[in-house]
Write a protein that binds this ligand. Sequence first.
Ligand code: BGC
Length: 764
Amino acid sequence: MKRVVSIVLFAVLLVSFNQLKAQQTNEAKMKTFIDALMKKMTLEEKIGQLNLPGSGDIVTGQAQSSDIAKKIKEGKVGGLFNIKSVAKIRDVQKVAVEQSRLKIPLIFGMDVIHGYETVFPIPLGLSCSWDMKLIENSARIAAVEASADGINWTFSPMVDIARDPRWGRIAEGSGEDAYLGSQIAKAMVRGYQGTDLTKNNTIMSCVKHYALYGAAEAGRDYGTTDMSHQRMYNEYFPPYKAAVDAGAGSVMASFNEIDGVPATANKWLLTDVLRKQWGFKGFLVTDYTGINEMIDHGIGDLQTVSARALMAGIDMDMVGEGILLTTQKSLKEGKVTLAQIDAACRRILEAKYKLGLFDDPYKYCDENRAKTEVFTAEHRQVARSTAAQSFVLLKNQNNVLPLKKSGTIALIGPLADNKENMPGTWSVAANFDKATSLFTGMQEVLQRNNVKIIYSKGSNLDYDAAFEERAGMFGKSLHRDSIPTDVMIGQAVAAANEADVVVAALGESAEMSGESSSRSNIEIPTIQQDLLKALLKTGKPVVLVLFTGRPLALKWESDNVPAILNVWFGGSEAGYAIADVLFGNVNPSGKLSTTFPQNVGQVPIFYNHKNTGRPLEEGKWFSKFRSNYLDVSNDPVYPFGFGLSYTSFAYSDIKLSSASLKGKQTLTASVTVTNTGKYDGKEVVQLYIRDVVGSVTRPVKELKGFQKIELKAGESKTVSFSITPEDLKFYNYDLKFDWEAGDFEIMIGGNSRDVKKGKVNWIK
Ligand code: BGC
């Protein structure tokens, strides 16, 4: 036995040794290649590599004569982004590798955020699946499609922790929790980059927006961020670091300032933390005109801010061309160093080398792949089942859901028959014509069943036409109706009166979240609330199918509407996926990755808050001189981790392998979960830990693990978590990552509020 173990160990060591050797050889080869290339480069050409201009309107066949082509020929462009189609990309690449002096290929980026043409749910929705394989696979499929269409670099994953639903870009991330966010960040990087970046179906990922972009004051986009280093390291940095640890090839700096210096010029952030502390080896790109915007931030003119960005650690300048235009002058004046220019240029060239572009600049330009690997039936099927996993059932009184496949359904609402909005925000490559509306999805899913669907729009998106226009940009209009609202509502009520059940597809339009789409009121627009109230008055059971890119304040709806299914924006196949869940072909299992507040005044509200010195006593609504509000309880409407199923799950008490532990021992914490309902279902079992006493204050609980299990009706399973001191570590006052001896509360449950508790003491 011992011999077998030794042989296996030897074999493992040999494999890792060989891998390390191969990696070293590759790196040495890369270095030799780039050394030789850089020797030939003029200063101007080196600076040119750092330039990522906006692509403008490159038209196939005209790339040669465009302004961009002129710059490419002069060696003043390192890459381009958001150009769609192999034909266009090939045209532009041709200019670079045939007409520029050194024939250096361009890198082609795109915001492939949640799928390419096959669109997956918006990231906030995807995160509610708590299914890392599913999430990784969505990124894998996105990479296959994007790379088949000429793209080799994606500005994703977006891993900004966000606790403020006013901020529109909360839609693009994975919610409020650092642990869940880190798991997702890793899964996405793995999905995009695979294990081999030189393959033609993997693409380089770019983690963004580094850092703390999600903590903008008042939830206003591009706003100021100001937070303690403790909070940064423990609560906001982990997902960025996780993505870097997973090997992300690039990082994007954020628009916001940190400690009074915009991230784009923040040397502490970009070099000390990212490169020195975390060991990041890839390249750093600014966000869109991130350098130029520092003029308005108020830290200098274009030359100054460009020099500061470069010296802080930025390698590539997106759109603004500040680096291109001012660096030679700054070098002469001693404001930047040649070493820094060389380092930045080298990192861009390394990225291109790692992608295999020097071997074959056209390796992602295969027309045949573009025709056969994009928006395939197989990809769409995966997107459909993925979307269904992202939906969160928030309420289901009297089991209104699933719907019967018989009788008459009134399908009402401005989002019920609109396909353009299904893909959601940031779906750059989507073809809206190919998306499916809920109405179509329901009809197709019901094909052979005897169900009558009466559709009525019921209302516009909002009373305010100007607001509706702002919320319908990028071809995502809800096609505003000129019929008076009372008439529209009247029509919807008539439809409801004829039906057995009402499905109300309401909420936000796709562009009510995303970039520059912050809201100060996070309720369903009043016009739709009025519609909903009228529908409820008919006395028919109402199912609210809620479209949203952010947590909404749903107090009234949760008190008054019998069933609420939150579907976010589920992507190109959302229409089918929603129908699958409504009719019970799929049992919902999503769990919230962000807290849903009662009202906007509670914001920011998140589960892993601190206790304060005057915590409200458990079970109380208000207590004088305690930390609370006069007019609203401290509770959210739906807590982090919450989500129902068509079945129900019962949790046993928690079992701990020991009540006192020492040093590197492992604690096993388990519960038995039983499916007590009538349907087979999936449940996300969540582990939380509270570090009761610390050298600094610690959160009331922190997610430390989760397992998604499947249980047949009536079935039980024991779910165990192994906990080691690694899980107890945090950044202390001196920002040292360590754990401290003491008492710990161990909690397991189906959401962050309803947990079974145990206690252990752990000494060093
Ligand atoms: C956004 C980024 C995006 C970039 C390129 C910016 O406005 O903040 O997330 O990657 O544009 O499209």
